[in-house]
Design a protein around this ligand. Structure first.
Ligand code: TYD
Length: 137
């Protein structure tokens, strides 16, 4: 099933804390739309850099910005949606079949990505023309 960019939804996780502190909970079976098979983190990317720039054929991901900020562009081949992530209480669920570009808007940004499958390079689409061909069947 091909997803639209509007299927990439923000999830607000339960949290505790005040104006500046936050304890954020992501509990399986309750707060997460899938079972986690893999978690990876991204750190140390210079401000202004755009990374990602690939699509996934098969996996679901939830991107959580634990510190700093990123602007995510989610592309379904015909429309795009931009989402700013700069709050550790909010994750962006990106279902499969979408292309994303991630621009690091703050130095020292810390991203955590939750995935529903182990790493598999074969399910990546790294070339935009290949992505368009994948979307167009
Ligand atoms: P990549 O997905 O290309 O990251 P970015 O698009 O941000 O540059 O991954 C970078 C490298 O890390 C690549 O060689 C694959 C490897 N990698 C893993 O081995 N396992 C993983 O779970 C991920 C996400 C990447």
């Amino acid at each position: 099933m091909l997803h639209s960019c509007n299927d990439a939804n923000e999830i607000t996780f339960p949290s505790f804390g005040g104006d500046t502190d936050a304890l954020v909970v992501m509990e399986g079976g309750k707060d997460l739309p899938f079972q986690i098979a893999r978690v990876y983190t991204i750190t140390g990317i210079p401000q202004g850099t755009t990374r990602g720039s690939h699509g996934h054929k098969a996996i679901n991901q939830i991107i959580v910005c634990l510190s700093g900020g990123v602007e995510m562009e989610v592309d379904d081949g015909s429309s795009k949606r931009r989402v700013t992530l700069d709050d550790p209480r909010i994750g962006l669920h990106v279902p499969p079949t979408l292309w994303t570009d991630t621009t690091y808007i703050t130095a020292d940004t810390v991203l955590m990505v939750l995935c529903d499958a182990p790493y598999d390079e074969a399910e990546y689409i790294r070339d935009y023309d290949d992505f368009k061909a994948f979307r167009n069947g």
